[in-house]
Write a protein that binds this ligand. Structure first.
Ligand code: CAA
Length: 292
């Protein structure tokens, strides 16, 4: 029975995951390396809960109760009593392996260690711990409070009991768990990232401007966001990291990241989180601008 959840990383995914778990009645400890990052996470949760209450999806009382169930800390040890730890830190193999090894030392023996990795093989992350049977992928979609899917990734060493426990947990969060095999990119990013990459190639080759490319996919394919606006939502640094991992792990040049990703990331244009990506985010988000 999972009552207490430790979420590591208070970025857009970690904060969203903490919110979703708290809404489902879990006591949540949200940990990050600095007070400033925790403050950013809390602000995101406040804004998201405010949206949900404004449209009546969540009552004021339930939103306040969810908020009260979330505590924050810069110390990993604050989450020691949790039955489930979900890491949502930067998409880097070494950083995630280091963190999982530390969690393995810290958490009670039966605790499950889940990774929100978008691409990295779970079997490799699990091997950094002494409990590879209790390491699993729990891949939330962005924004976690809105998106209905959690990809549940079973590594080679993950036990059936662990897969079942996190699938039940996903269902308790009101999400649909879909079990996938442990292969870089799983299903979501194996399919999504080549499309986003191709959109960036279209931009680089001047086939259309950003708004044109996005309009084709929104109006022509009924996508809620165009691929470039979606890349801005996910984070251009995250997209680049995912493509690099796909290329490295699967060894196929078809995943070669468009060079424009790198230039944008080098310039600090990371998407919505930095205020600029393929679009700028002063007031009106690009998908809200009329275009026929
Ligand atoms: N918290 C709470 N509610 C939110 C929210 C948030 N963070 N963001 C949006 N919403 C709600 C809004 O309140 C609104 O609710 P109503 O329709 O009931 O009024 C609804 O969601 C739609 O929001 P908006 O009108 O502001 O904007 P939108 O219509 O463009 O929807 C969106 C926003 C849901 C994000 C939509 O654009 C969308 O579905 N985009 C695609 C998202 C997507 O593909 N995510 C997957 C990314 S890939 C990934 O995450 C995996 C990876 O590893 C990279």
């Amino acid at each position: 029975m999972i009552r207490r959840v430790l979420v590591v990383g208070a970025g857009q995914m970690g904060a969203g995951i903490a919110q979703v778990a708290a809404e489902a009645g879990r006591d949540v400890v949200l940990v990050d390396v600095s007070e400033a990052r925790l403050q950013g996470g809390r602000a995101q949760i406040d804004a998201s809960l405010a949206r949900l209450t404004k449209k009546g999806t969540l009552s004021q009382a339930d939103a306040q109760a969810a908020l009260a169930r979330i505590t924050t800390s810069v110390e990993l040890a604050a989450g020691q009593g949790a039955e489930l730890a979900i890491e949502a830190i930067v998409e880097e193999r070494e950083a995630k392996r280091r963190l999982l090894a530390e969690l393995d030392r810290l958490m009670a023996a039966p605790a499950i260690l889940a990774s929100n990795t978008s691409t990295l093989p779970i079997t490799d992350l699990a091997a950094a711990t002494g409990r590879p049977d209790r390491v699993v992928g729990m891949h939330f979609m962005n924004p976690p409070p809105v998106m209905a899917l959690i990809e549940v990734v079973a590594g080679l060493t993950t036990s059936e009991e662990t897969v079942r426990a996190v699938s039940d947990e996903a269902a308790a969060y009101g999400k649909t768990p879909v079990r996938v095999r442990d292969m870089a990119g799983f299903v979501s990013n194996r399919v999504l990232m080549p499309m986003l990459n191709e959109a960036v190639y279209c931009l680089m080759e001047g086939i259309a401007d950003a708004e044109g490319i996005d309009a084709v996919m929104r109006l022509g394919m009924n996508h809620p966001l165009g691929p470039l606006a979606l890349a801005d939502l996910i984070g251009l640094d995250t997209c680049l990291a995912i493509l690099e991992i796909l290329q490295r792990e699967l060894g196929d040049p078809k995943y070669r990241p468009c060079p424009l990703w790198r230039s944008y990331v080098q310039a600090g244009y990371l998407g919505r989180k930095s205020g600029r990506g393929f679009y700028t985010y002063a007031q009106v988000p690009p998908e809200k601008r009329a275009r026929s």
